[in-house]
Design a protein around this ligand. Structure first.
Ligand code: 13P
Length: 341
């Protein structure tokens, strides 16, 4: 077996440890500014450093979190005690990776649809990230649902770029997290989300196959199958779990070791309950089903922090609690009563 393959397998093994998941802390400057604004915190390089230092030094975080996705800025930032922030994670036995896409732009000729940027020069950047200790990477493609969209052209173009990114990562020994996100925006039904997600995942795995990506050495980060946020008929965790598992069984080969869902705008409690329902079902599935949440893990910590260093311990406790509940959900052992423990 090649050295790169051995390295990829080792990283996949660490990331998919039962009962653990991934913390997405890779918000771009613009996105984290929005999140900070919502809690009245200023957004500067220093406050972003303080906030992420707080998250990564949460005592016991490694009990529930196997990996953290970083934004490029964080990879190079130092803590108040001059330690590189990723080192705080390494000390807790947590692997770190990096978001390598450069955000989305409109897809020319296709109103309402988007493409993800960042393939130019990616190979060189991946080499640099690897040298800085990154073990995995993330690329997010977005698919919107609306009148006449998504088009098959947008789906195919996004699937193609996800696959080229994944192939480049594996070549360099970085595990690719492949994230095709069907957005929750809109009033579409659960059935529509199911139909679109099935089409998107089918296209993504077709492209991965064409690009000779080793399925055993990647993680899929999909949306759950949920109704649009503005749909009048919302779904129970049982309905979300059934629709999501049906879709995954139809499209994701058993060779894929792990599926780590994004939260995509679900509330923290809903994201936990829905993941739990998937793992609590009697039907078996071939992949580890876990989380790679951004908002659904960080929301309570952000609310507790509000930009004040005096709130650090409370914010860390809030993150620890949310990570603990999601760990229980990975094992189908979460109950709503645990929210108040
Ligand atoms: P959310 O869980 O907030 O959707 O973030 C996950 C993520 O990494 C989006 O790219």
């Amino acid at each position: 077996m090649s050295i790169a393959l051995q390295e990829l397998e080792r990283t996949v093994g660490e990331l998919t440890v039962p009962g653990k998941g991934i913390l997405a802390a890779d918000e771009s400057v613009g996105t984290i500014e929005k999140r900070f604004k919502a809690v009245n915190a200023a957004c500067t390089e220093e406050t972003r450093r303080d906030y992420r230092e707080l998250l990564f030094s949460t005592p016991g975080l490694g009990d529930f979190i196997s990996g953290v996705i970083l934004f490029e800025e964080t990879l190079k930032q130092k803590s108040l005690t001059s330690m590189l922030l990723p080192q705080l994670l390494a000390e807790q036995g947590i692997a770190y990776g990096i978001k390598v896409d450069r955000g989305t732009v409109p897809l020319t000729g296709f109103p309402g649809e988007k493409m993800t940027q960042g393939l130019d020069g990616l190979q060189q950047r991946l080499g640099e990230y690897k040298q800085m200790g990154a073990r995995f990477a993330k690329w997010r493609a977005v698919i919107a649902i609306g009148a006449g969209i998504p088009t098959s052209q947008a789906i195919a173009a996004n699937a193609h770029d996800l696959a080229s990114y994944a192939a480049m990562c594996q070549e360099l020994g970085l595990v690719p997290i492949v994230e095709p996100e069907v957005l929750m925006d809109g009033d579409h039904t659960l059935a529509t989300c199911a139909r679109v997600t099935e089409e998107v995942l089918h296209a993504v795995f077709h492209a991965l196959h064409q690009h000779r990506v080793t399925l055993e050495c990647l993680l899929l980060k999909p949306n759950m199958v949920v109704p649009g946020a503005a749909c009048s008929e919302q779904a129970t965790p049982h309905q979300v779990a059934q629709a999501t598992l049906t879709c995954l069984r139809r499209t994701v080969p058993a060779a894929v070791p792990g599926i780590n869902f994004l939260s995509g705008g679900q509330s923290d409690a809903a994201a936990t309950a829905n993941l739990n329902a998937m793992n609590a079902t009697a039907q078996s599935h071939p992949w580890a089903l876990s989380f790679s949440y951004g908002r659904a893990l960080q929301a309570p910590a952000l609310k507790a922090w509000r930009g004040e260093s005096a709130n650090k311990i409370n914010a860390q406790q809030a993150l620890y609690q949310r990570a603990r509940l999601n760990s229980a959900a990975c094992q189908g052992q979460y109950t709503a009563a645990m929210e108040n423990e």
